[in-house]
Design a protein around this ligand. Structure first.
Ligand SMILES: Cc1cc2nc3c(=O)[nH]c(=O)nc-3n(C[C@H](O)[C@H](O)[C@H](O)COP(=O)(O)O)c2cc1C
Ligand SMILES: [Mn+2]
Length: 488
């Protein structure tokens, strides 16, 4: 069953030998990052870190800092209270199998109905631990008050434009339909009462913002930190617009999420999170955001983004501040993205019956590289799969897609590169298309648009312009293998 708090998850990591407690004072300006980066680069993602005495510009913080809590396959599964991520993929497959959908749209809607039936729908409560301590902000007597600067927010990389909240679950609502969305969009701290709101143009938060802008209305926004890690994971998952992350989180953790109404805005948030930042975005108001040491491994340049105005901060008395850093891979966020791919593989397979496995290797930092294996039956099927992926939600950003045969393990990058190099004639087996690009990709000449490339590294079938006979891959006999197994 679900975690009752973020602290409970941290304690579970500790009991499993997956946590290092740091009891000496550690500064949140760069030093925490340097420590965490070394941990994330160690074998299997190292351990989670709990900084018990973080300092903010030398001053002790009231709240401990937890980082790298999802930064390995094991910890990512633990975050969702699973033995293995595949267990959840299996459940999704069962829902989809109950009445096989005919297309992707129907698949998602079936999944939504299935989740609803599993009693994942949120419940409502009058009050909850996330509001144990309430600080509302009016403009009088600000100096003596608690501010956002009391949170141990990291300055992640030397040339960052400031301190950034890196694991915020940003709750918004579509003003027309009332549908909720929760997305993870980083927030740069500007001053006591304002931060940046880095929802990129393709994201649902940005779409909601546009609706408010068209209506000329102020947009309520609630940002949650911590609570059951299932919330944080759901905020990053590439769900289709309209599939409520809170419903999805309820499904993952097999327990309805209990919601409370915010103190100063008309939005609901999970009652058990550690911090809630309440406020609003005034559509149309923009401010330079960045630079930020990003998951691309490079600094993202300064750009205009919406501004979040704080009206209140509420928190648990025993709150733990959750954070991460992104940078040159592998980093913690790889394991979050990897879990999404594995959980939604059944949905992808429904759309592509030939699909066997898929992965986004860490070197490609999400969208730059996709390896797919297929069971090929007809000519140009690899190209069909590439085009399908480029048309599917956030997979539209995939810069390079390599398609291999089913007997190649896509999780073994060396094996995929062997197939790519051996099986392709570059001109015949590649294609270049135009598509939207990830906003953070610095390589395209213009932001948000670019070319993408696909490679068909499968063996060629008759009808694929190959006029020789395809050779056979080396393989030892089963008997010889058995004999050596026995002798060694
Ligand atoms: C650690 C981390 C930080 C992220 N930061 C941002 C960000 O600043 N802006 C953004 O648009 N997406 C960011 N993302 C990706 C989005 O959270 C992701 O695309 C999500 O699916 C968006 O949800 P939505 O479809 O509801 O908008 C981040 C993801 C992770 C794991
Ligand atoms: Mn969403």
């Amino acid at each position: 069953m679900a975690y009752g708090s973020f602290r409970e998850f941290v304690e579970a990591l500790d009991r499993a030998g997956q946590l290092t407690r740091v009891s000496v004072p550690v500064e949140t300006d760069l030093i925490t990052s340097e420590w965490a980066n070394r941990e994330m680069k160690s074998p299997d993602g190292g351990k989670a870190l709990l900084f018990e005495k973080p300092t903010i510009n030398g001053q002790p913080s009231q709240f401990p800092v937890a980082i790298n809590t999802m930064g390995s396959r094991r910890r990512m599964a633990m975050a969702l209270k699973l033995d293995s991520i595949e267990d959840l993929a299996q459940e999704i497959q069962l829902i989809l199998k109950a009445k096989p959908p005919t297309d992707l749209r129907e698949g998602w809607s079936l999944l939504k109905q299935g989740i609803n039936l599993l009693h994942a729908r949120p419940k409502h409560a009058k009050t909850g631990p996330c509001q144990e301590v309430v600080h509302t902000f009016d403009d009088t007597n600000r100096e003596s008050q608690f501010t956002i600067h009391d949170l141990p927010v990291l300055k992640c990389w030397p040339k960052d434009g400031g301190r950034f909240i890196t694991l915020p679950n940003v709750h918004t609502r579509d003003p027309e339909t009332g549908a909720r969305n929760v997305g993870m969009y980083r927030m740069q701290i500007y001053d006591d009462l304002t931060t940046g709101m880095h929802w990129q143009v393709h994201k649902v938060g940005a779409r909601h913002g546009k609706r408010y802008y068209e209506r000329g209305e102020r947009m309520p926004v609630a940002v949650c930190l911590g609570g059951d890690p299932a919330y944080t994971f759901a905020a990053t998952a590439p769900l289709p617009d309209g599939l409520d992350e809170i419903l999805f989180a309820g499904f993952i953790r097999k327990k309805s999420v209990e919601l409370v109404t915010c103190k100063t805005i008309d939005l609901e948030v999970p009652s058990d999170v550690d911090f809630v930042l309440e406020g609003y975005v005034q559509p149309g108001e923009m401010r330079p955001e960045g630079p930020f040491g990003d998951h691309t491994g490079f600094y993202t340049a300064v750009e205009d983004y919406p501004v979040f105005h704080l009206t209140a901060i509420t928190h648990r008395r025993d709150a733990v501040y959750p954070t991460t850093i992104v940078g040159i891979p592998p980093m913690e966020d790889f394991y979050m993205g990897d879990a999404s791919v594995r959980i939604f593989l059944p949905v992808f397979k429904m759309n592509f019956p030939e699909l066997v496995d898929m992965t986004l290797p860490p070197e490609g930092v999400f969208h730059n590289l996709v390896f797919v294996s297929i069971r090929k039956q007809y000519p140009y099927q690899a190209f069909k799969v590439m085009h399908g992926l480029w048309g599917m939600g956030q997979m539209m950003f995939s810069k390079y897609i390599v398609v291999v045969d089913e007997d190649c393990d896509v999780h073994n990058t060396s094996e995929v590169l062997f197939r790519l190099c051996a099986n392709t004639d570059p001109e015949r087996d590649s294609t270049i298309i135009r598509n939207p690009s990830d906003s953070l990709d610095h390589a395209p000449s213009s932001q948000n648009i670019g070319s993408h490339m696909g490679f068909d590294a499968t063996r060629k079938l008759p009808g694929e312009n190959y006029h020789r006979s395809w050779p056979e891959l080396l393989k030892m006999t089963d008997e010889a293998q058995a004999i050596v197994d026995a002798l060694r």
